[in-house]
Design a protein around this ligand. Structure first.
Ligand code: FAD
Length: 580
């Protein structure tokens, strides 16, 4: 404790910061910082002190009102309704963590409910990421993140096979163009070995060109060596969440959307349930997968043990006309890039990868922000995200969309996955920043293990881990398309021309176990609106189908969450989607 106070004074002289340490090793910092960046640095510095398990920030920033989430209206609404449900397990949040855990636990005879405050699965960090199934070479050895990254990466093969989503084991390759950079490769190789990355190798130039023919195609003729990471993979992250939720629902898990958890009920150190905006849900196990808000939910359970500091990342998606340069996740590192990165860590960099559907993704950037709801994309962040494109001739005109998502980081920069030490029955799944997507299957297994220590888990009869792969008309051969249309002419009606999405696919999504309720939710499941025109042509047609199938007025259809209605009023009687 004294050493922490001394370290604070040494590192931040002139600042009046106080700290207090509890018996769990949780250090709470209070006092005023000069800037948000300084607050984050103070948290990071103290998290590195010996004996500190984690850091909670009660710090303020001079001249800045730090955003606070106000749960009172939801809490009042829920309390007024009273008890509406009693479940065995309540999972908070339907991102990749919540959906993965729900599906893992669905194999047991448990009454499971997932409460998600937005209108669909995968609307938090799970919506806005690069979809990389990282191999595990870039995470700090010895951390929980490292262990779960490696295990999660391996488990993805089983997930993809059982759940029918696209996983491309494209491999990753980092090549250097200067012999002086080989020590960098060796360093990364050593970390990879320490973490247990599968199949990692340092390869010579000849092998590098053979593994990634894109190097030669793109005129990269100076490669001297490369780090080859064959276990690297790619997924569409929201598709994985939809598949997990769908399979969980088929096995009895229920999902409540537009359902905000506003308080946790606990008595004598034992969890009792939660107050949600839809009423009180009693539960003897609560699993907190609330992403950016996990620290707030944990505090509601009487367990203040970490603070989330959002780290925003901007990503730009390019038109499919811009064919990906590489099949693998490839990167060429030259001396210039290394020197620029050393001199200015905020210099243009970003990153370049592709989606399984072969859109290039540029970015992300990484900026600490105080506001968890900050989804702004500044010109500087976009420029950073596009940085790597300059040498490849990529232009802003290639962008079809850019967006921001925030990583839910805590100060030790690791995952926090444990049964609460203060409130039994409350399991934290917090700090799930990158590689949270890659680690998701291992996170789900770890939570299963934690639950098994506190509850007898009885296997569910008739549990079915398999989910039918949905039809993607654009990927079928001409003959398969013809046969499908003959069977059901609705697959012959193209709704989204850019992505070749048919009415049949939208109806399939609507008939699925966790159906979409908004235009964005349809987009996540079918890709309608994901192409060059970004819904300019098809959005109104999808809207008509949604209104028709949901039996509501078109003005009631939302773009995303509640209150984001696309149409304000009808000017003439609505028409159904024309027959082809
Ligand atoms: C720009 C960027 C790029 C990334 N790239 C990668 C990558 O390539 N590979 C990788 O492995 N990882 C990557 N990540 C990290 C990855 O996206 C996250 O680790 C992962 O998505 C976290 O999932 P989650 O389910 O824990 O959180 P989220 O997806 O954020 O889900 C949390 C959910 O909780 C809900 N919620 C919050 N509060 C409440 C409440 N009070 N009541 C009810 N519901 C609530 C939210 O609405 C949300 O849906 C990236 C992240 C970012 C931001």
């Amino acid at each position: 404790m004294e050493s922490c106070q001394l370290a604070l004074q040494e590192r931040f002289p002139g600042l009046q910061l106080e700290c207090r340490l509890d018996e769990r090793g949780i250090l709470t910092l209070s006092g005023q910082c000069e800037s948000w960046e300084q607050l984050v640095s103070a948290g990071h510095a103290m998290a590195k002190q010996p004996g500190i398990k984690n850091v909670v920030s009660e710090m303020t920033v001079k001249g800045m009102e730090l955003p606070r989430t106000d749960y009172s209206a939801h809490k009042q609404a829920g309390e007024a309704i009273g008890v509406i449900e009693k479940v065995d397990v309540l999972i908070i949040g339907a991102g990749i963590s919540g959906c993965g855990i729900a599906r893992e636990l669905a194999k047991y005879d448990l009454n499971i409910l997932v409460a998600e405050k937005t209108e669909d699965v995968a609307t938090g960090a799970t919506r806005a990421n690069n979809g990389n199934i990282h191999p595990g070479h870039a995470v700090k050895p010895g951390t929980l993140k490292a262990r779960l990254n490696i295990k999660g990466n391996r488990l993805y093969t089983k997930w993809a096979e059982e759940l029918g989503f696209e996983l491309q084991r494209c491999g990753g390759i980092g090549a250097v163009t200067d012999g002086r950079l080989i020590p960098l490769l060796e360093e990364a190789y050593d970390t990879a070995l320490q973490n247990g990355v599968d199949g990692v190798e340092i390869v010579d130039a000849k092998r590098a060109y053979a593994l990634e023919p894109g190097f030669a195609r793109n005129g990269e003729d100076k490669i001297v060596a490369a780090l080859w990471l064959p276990s690297t993979g790619l997924v569409e992250p929201y598709k994985v969440a939809v598949a997990l939720a769908g399979n969980a629902a088929e096995n009895g898990v229920r999902f409540w959307f537009n359902c905000t958890v506003a308080d946790i009920l606990h008595d004598n150190g034992i969890v009792q349930g939660a107050v949600t905006s839809k009423g009180i849900v009693l539960a003897d196990t609560i699993i907190n997968c609330a992403g950016l808000y996990a620290d707030e939910i944990s505090a509601m359970a009487g367990d203040k043990s970490y603070t989330i500091h959002p780290r925003k990342g901007v990503i730009a998606i390019l038109d499919q006309n811009r064919v990906p340069y590489y099949g693998s996740l490839a990167e060429v590192i030259d001396m210039e890039t290394v020197i620029a990165a050393k001199n200015n860590p905020n210099s243009k960099g970003g990153g370049m990868c592709r989606t399984p559907e072969r859109n290039i993704l540029m970015g992300p950037s990484a900026v600490e922000v105080p506001d968890k709801e900050d989804k702004s994309t500044t010109p500087e962040e976009l420029a950073y995200a596009m940085g790597r494109g300059e040498r490849s001739g990529i232009a802003y005109g290639d962008i079809i969309r850019f967006f921001a998502g925030s990583r839910p980081a805590e100060f030790t920069e690791d995952f926090v996955i444990e049964m609460s030490e203060v409130t039994k029955g409350f399991i934290n799944v917090g700090g799930i920043q990158s590689p949270g997507l890659a680690a998701a299957p291992a996170i789900a297994e770890m939570v299963e293990g934690i639950l098994a220590e506190s509850k007898a888990l009885v296997p569910r009869k008739n549990y079915n881990p398999l989910r039918r792969r949905e039809i993607a008309f654009r990927h079928l051969s001409r003959e398969e398309q013809d046969a499908l249309i003959r069977k059901d002419p609705r697959y012959g009606r193209i709704i989204c021309r850019c992505e070749c999405v048919t009415e049949g696919e939208i109806l399939d999504a609507l008939a699925s176990p966790v159906p979409p309720g908004s235009l964005d939710a349809v987009k996540r499941r079918t890709r309608a609106g994901m192409g060059r025109c970004q819904g300019g042509f098809c959005q109104c047609r999808v809207l008509e189908i949604l209104a028709r199938e949901l039996g509501c007025d078109p003005t009631e259809i939302n773009l995303a969450g509640e209150g984001s209605n696309v149409l304000l009023a009808g000017s003439r009687p609505g028409k159904q989607v024309r027959d082809a």
